[in-house]
Design a protein around this ligand. Sequence first.
Ligand code: FE2
Length: 334
Amino acid sequence: MPDTLLIVDDEESICKNLGKYFRGKGFDILMASDGESAIELCQTKPVGLVLLDIGLPGMSGLDVLKRIKTTLPNVGVIMITAYGDAETAVRAMKMKADDYILKPIDMTGLGIMVNNVLETYRTQSEVSDIKQQVSTLDSSVRLKETYNMIKALAGAIEAKDPFTKGHSYRVSQLSVEIGKRLGFNDEELEILEYGALLHDIGKIGVKEVILNKPGRLSAKEYAHIQRHPVIGEDIVKPVEIFHPVLTLIRSHHEHFDGRGYPDGLKGEKINIFARIVSVPDSFDAMTSDRPYREALSVNEALSRIDEAKGTQFDPQIVDIFIGGAIKIYDRYIM
Ligand SMILES: [Fe+2]
């Protein structure tokens, strides 16, 4: 379904130009020339985003913004500001406008802005949908019994990031092999198996354009991706059955030397399940094609893992992985 844009400006020519441009980009367009009718449209039509002129006659753009943000939290708002009125733009941002653009409008810039804001809302609603599903789980059951639900959740991540097809499953199986070699009991193996399936669940909260970006990521985009372990923990936290895997999810990008994220934990301060999962996770990522590079060969990937022994990875886990667990790898290539 196309996204609906509401253009609010008292200058007819601006409405027309914006309408034409965004209709050409596949959006459904609504228009209003004053604040009251803009709010009415937001309440009655499926508006995804409002392009809102600050200088409206009657009810001001800032008043409209305030009304939308207090009553319709899922509607994005980009303010259109007259040149030289940066102060009002700052006020609008403080009132939770999603962004602003100065007149005369640079259409390409605005187009990028619109897609960005819409994707932010889409991602937020995906996270709340999944939280909603997770919250329906019965807290008295064990991890194993929610297997289908976990598989569906793991599938949801892969749907968003097609380059990782089968990734969570392979990481899960390889992690269990490492766990067996460490003498883990059934309950511990279960935490590893299901925790590894869910380790990247927080990627649901990462914008698709960033996940699938072919080029190098900017510092800001990288920081956005780095939030996924915390988002993941947050998604499954409300349900008790997931408590044994929370730390695994949060800590799977920590590095043994303390240079990982999100907490910069070091050595054995990093949860053992997370230390395990991080090895096959990196290995499988290296041996898969990514939007920004082709897959490495298994041998090349293994030698990179070996090089990162003691820096990125727990040396003992690397030895177990390279010396034994990796032998099962062929079985899980899908
Ligand atoms: Fe991850």
